[in-house]
Design a protein around this ligand. Structure first.
Ligand SMILES: Cc1ncc(COP(=O)(O)O)c(C=O)c1O
Length: 387
């Protein structure tokens, strides 16, 4: 079966899971430029960075008890600064159910040389969180961007935990509520939910995380770009916007622009509402489309941002893995050749299927407009298989 090519394209055909779509109305030329070319230690520049942290706190609704800081190396830098700087005092569990949890597991095991307990699950599922032991430090992604699975809530995180809850929240922050009283380290990057530029990560530290940095000296070298301590413990200058090394001022201006937009549209509640609306629009299409389904079977663990879908069509099932990947490549080429939908392929380590970012910088009308194109590209690519 072939179907007619739709005639209306999404106005903003960007569905990548990182970097994600810029905010509606974005203009590079509208960013402030006065500080470009100034020194990273100039008081005006440090103040602008501090302003970015204050705006981040406001939009994310981070309580005053917690501190925020930037790290080099994007979300990976932020997570690894926590792993290198905090782990080793007590046993560690890593919740690893897709690419990034598995990456942190390899860090803890192979690079830090610790002996973490891995709580794993197949792609599309979540490990049994009742096996989490809060006498240990626990590392976990809130939202697994590469499998489209998220933790359903924070009920499994003990209020009286002895270990630290170290949460990679890069594709959850600004899109899902994060209970800061349950989280000791929260990390994310600029280029995820708010569509900022890449390169810089953010850490949100609870008083217990700061205390760990103040009182525990791991017996290991810590590279400068991961070092968030000075001789006395947590380097408090970082929480005042001081950059660890030279960061891009343009990237910070872009971040502040994203935060101002987020605030202007209605703040965190509205960012979550926009995300949920996009997810619901895509979910409606999945429900009425016979050849596609969510990769996660359980409704309550499905991500609302990085929505991962699998094929349920006999023609695709009959293919081996290599041919399935080739099918996705053809599917993507058809969509991008038309300028209709960009970057809808799954992560390279994930099962073949589709992945569409549904975060707040995407417009629901564009999700709706993308779906006939997905149908057209699927049927076109599938009919080529038969030929
Ligand atoms: C859950 C998760 N953790 C970590 C990363 C790595 O982030 P970055 O490229 O910002 O270092 C990603 C990237 O997509 C991610 O989705």
């Amino acid at each position: 079966m072939t179907i007619a090519k739709p005639d209306v394209r999404p106005a903003r055909p960007w569905f990548s899971s990182g970097p994600t779509a810029k905010r509606p109305g974005y203009s590079l030329g509208a960013l402030p430029q006065e500080l470009l070319g100034r020194g990273i230690r100039a008081p005006e520049v440090v103040e602008r960075f501090a302003h970015g942290l204050r705006r981040t706190r406001e939009v994310l609704q981070v309580p005053d008890s917690h501190v925020l800081l930037y790290t080099p190396g994007s979300d990976t830098g932020a997570v690894e600064a926590a792993l290198w700087g905090m782990l080793g005092q007590r046993p560690v569990q890593v919740v690893a159910f897709e690419n990034f949890g598995l990456t942190w597991l390899a860090d803890v095991k192979d690079h830090l040389g610790l002996e973490p307990e891995a709580l794993t699950a197949p792609w599309g599922d979540l490990p049994d969180l009742s096996n989490v032991d809060w006498s240990k430090d626990v590392v976990f992604p809130w939202n697994g961007t590469t499998s489209g699975v998220r933790v359903p809530n924070a009920d499994w995180i003990a209020d009286d935990r002895e270990g630290l809850a170290i949460c990679d929240a890069t594709s959850a922050a600004f899109a899902m509520p994060l209970p800061y009283d349950k989280l000791d380290v929260v990390t994310f990057s600029f280029q995820k939910a708010l569509g900022g530029e890449a390169g810089i990560g953010v850490m949100v530290l609870s008083p217990r995380a700061v205390e760990r940095l103040d009182t525990y000296r791991p017996d290991r070298p810590i590279p400068k770009v991961l070092r968030i301590t000075d001789g006395k413990g947590f380097d408090r200058a970082l929480a005042d916007g001081v950059a660890m090394n030279t960061f891009s001022i343009l990237t910070i201006e872009d971040w502040i622009d994203a935060l101002d937009w987020a605030d202007g549209v209605g703040g965190l509640e509205e960012l979550i509402r926009r995300t949920d609306a996009n997810y619901a629009a895509l979910g409606d299409w999945v429900a009425r489309t016979p050849w596609i389904d969510f990769l996660p079977e359980r409704h309550e663990v499905r991500s609302t941002t990085s929505v991962c879908l699998k094929f349920t069509d006999a023609r695709i099932d009959a293919l081996d893995d290599k041919a399935k990947k080739a099918f996705v490549t053809r599917f993507k080429a058809l969509l991008e050749g038309e300028g209709a939908v960009f970057d809808m392929e799954p992560h390279r380590n994930a099962p073949p299927g589709l992945r569409l970012w549904c975060g707040c910088t995407v417009e629901t009308a564009d999700v709706v407009a993308a779906t006939p194109w997905l149908e057209w590209a699927f049927e076109t690519a599938a009919s080529e298989l038969a030929a």
